[in-house]
Ligand binder design. Structure first.
Ligand code: HEC
Length: 110
């Protein structure tokens, strides 16, 4: 998750214009997000209750939904990793990505 967050930050900074637009870097950040999204369900397969974890029991009572949202993130991020060409492409990209993060966190994270 921290790698996902880090790469979202890279995209967010670029979307805001805080860092210079770099299509190759944006695509690579999106593709790293996709990779980590695809690995996410596997990381949570075992129901390990680490007291420091913010993972909610809903992950395991509804693993199908959890895995589906991770797959959705993978699909969105993969799409952007091939379609970001110019700064205006971020408008749709960030909104779609952000909505997905939220849809999973609101159910599966404390
Ligand atoms: C499939 C569900 C799911 C999706 C999609 C998802 N997250 Fe998470 N996220 C979690 C869970 C569960 C945790 C809590 C993990 C823990 O504490 O063990 C978490 C934790 C985090 C954290 C806290 C730090 C950490 O490493 O635990 C950040 C930051 C974060 N997510 C960012 C994001 C961003 C940004 C996106 C979208 C690009 C995203 N997440 C998409 C499930 C998801």
């Amino acid at each position: 998750m921290s790698a996902i967050a880090e790469n979202m930050k890279t995209l967010g900074q670029m979307a805001k214009g805080a860092t210079e637009f770099d299509a190759a870097m944006a695509r690579s950040a999106a593709s790293t997000i996709a990779e980590h999204a695809s690995a996410t369900p596997g990381l949570f397969e075992a129901n390990e209750t680490d007291p420091k974890s913010k993972a909610r029991p809903e992950i395991w009572t509804n693993f199908e939904d959890f895995a589906a949202k991770a797959t959705e993130l993978e699909a969105i991020a993969t799409g952007f990793s091939t379609s970001i060409n110019e700064p205006s492409d971020f408008n749709a990209a960030m909104g779609e990505l952000g909505a997905n993060c939220k849809s999973c966190h609101s159910v599966h994270r404390e």
